[in-house]
Design a protein around this ligand. Structure first.
Ligand code: TRP
Length: 344
């Protein structure tokens, strides 16, 4: 049953195969958090967000399941009573609250979102869904009174917008929503100075992305081991011949150090201490490649042993519990804005 624990909520989109970046930046931290058993974890699959631009629609349903399968392969406990796993589109309140939040969001503030700006300069025919993306994301968060939202640096603006919209509505109607923590508090919570941002191995100034086609810079969880290792060996570095952790001057090397420290689950400082000053980039690459080999083998083996039925069963359980919670919140909002009677 529902607990009084602080809620940690995150969603991971399945509009392509999962990358090492997703694994290290989103999946692993969440599993480590679940193991602490201190929080209520809401892990959801934002399938409505997946269709903001054209995707392989006939594959989306299964890709969504497959994303969850990777979480389980990575160690997510499906039976933990404080974890709720669900698909966004199975809880209609997400869409309904989005409309209401839209009416309290400004065109000007949505227009300023970097993700929207980047997409709209490359393409005139982008969907209104892309524009509206942050309002749906705000609903995802506000429906459940979530306080901690572990997301990458690229989602920071959306999180801050969520706070702004929630504060605006609370100011007008009283305490309706729990305000998610500030970005700084989110980082403290995750024990990070900066959001984790795994970079492309080929173009380490960019994020390791599944949407940009950068096959040699991106390690996919479904890559075969040798292909993945080759990407590490051929990773772009620099000509300093001296290992240091500085994303401004040595993004490639810093990226490798970051990958290493996350896989090994060690404090970044320790990893830096071990490698700083060394000149043999090959040795570092070899070490990272070995770690990735172990990881891909482990995850791959487990992945194949998980049945669709166990996933669907977990989802249905999460969806039935979260529909209740979401509908209660939605109803309160509907009452405040005059769409439902105020009960005495
Ligand atoms: N926008 C997130 C991403 O692309 C996914 C997402 C959707 C999300 N809704 C969310 C993350 C709510 C956290 C909370 O990575």
């Amino acid at each position: 049953m529902m607990s009084n624990k602080t809620i940690v909520l995150t969603g991971i989109r399945s509009n392509g195969p999962l990358t090492l970046g997703n694994y290290l930046g989103a999946i692993l931290p969440l599993i480590r958090l679940q193991k602490k058993r201190q929080y209520q974890v809401n892990l959801f699959l934002p399938d409505l967000h997946s269709i903001i631009s054209s995707v392989e629609y006939n594959e989306l349903y299964n890709n969504t399941l497959s994303t969850l399968r990777y979480f389980v392969a990575a160690g997510l406990d499906l039976n933990d009573q404080s974890t709720f796993i669900y698909r966004q589109s199975y809880i209609p309140a997400h869409s309904e609250l989005t409309w209401i939040l839209d009416c309290f969001s400004y065109y000007g503030e949505l227009k300023r979102m970097t993700q929207f700006k980047e997409k709209s300069t490359h393409d005139d025919n982008i969907s209104v869904g892309i524009f509206n993306y942050p309002a749906l994301m705000a609903s995802d968060i506000l429906l459940y009174d979530a306080e901690f939202i572990p997301v990458g640096e690229d989602q920071r603006q959306h999180l801050e917008l969520t706070r702004d919209i929630a504060l605006r509505i609370n100011n007008q109607f009283g305490d309706l929503f729990t305000i998610p923590k500030t970005w700084k508090e989110q980082l403290q919570f995750e024990n990070l100075q900066n959001g984790i941002r795994i970079r492309s191995l080929k173009h380490p100034e960019n994020k390791m992305s599944k949407s940009i086609s950068d096959p040699s810079g991106t390690i996919l969880l479904m890559d075969d081991v040798n292909t993945a290792k080759k990407k590490v060996y051929e990773a772009t570095t620099d000509s300093y011949n001296k290992i240091d952790f500085n994303f401004d001057t040595q993004p490639g090397i810093s990226n490798l150090l970051q990958i290493l420290t996350l896989i090994q689950d060690r404090p970044l400082n320790e990893t830096i201490l071990e490698w700083r000053g060394k000149s043999n980039y090959g040795e570092l690459k070899q070490c990272v490649a070995n770690q990735i080999e172990i990881l891909l083998n482990e995850v791959g083996n487990k992945f194949n042993s998980i049945t669709d039925d166990s996933l669907t069963e977990t989802l249905l359980r999460g969806e039935s519990a979260m529909n209740v919670v979401a509908n209660q919140k939605l109803y309160k909002v509907q009452q405040k804005v005059g769409l439902r009677p105020i009960s005495s």
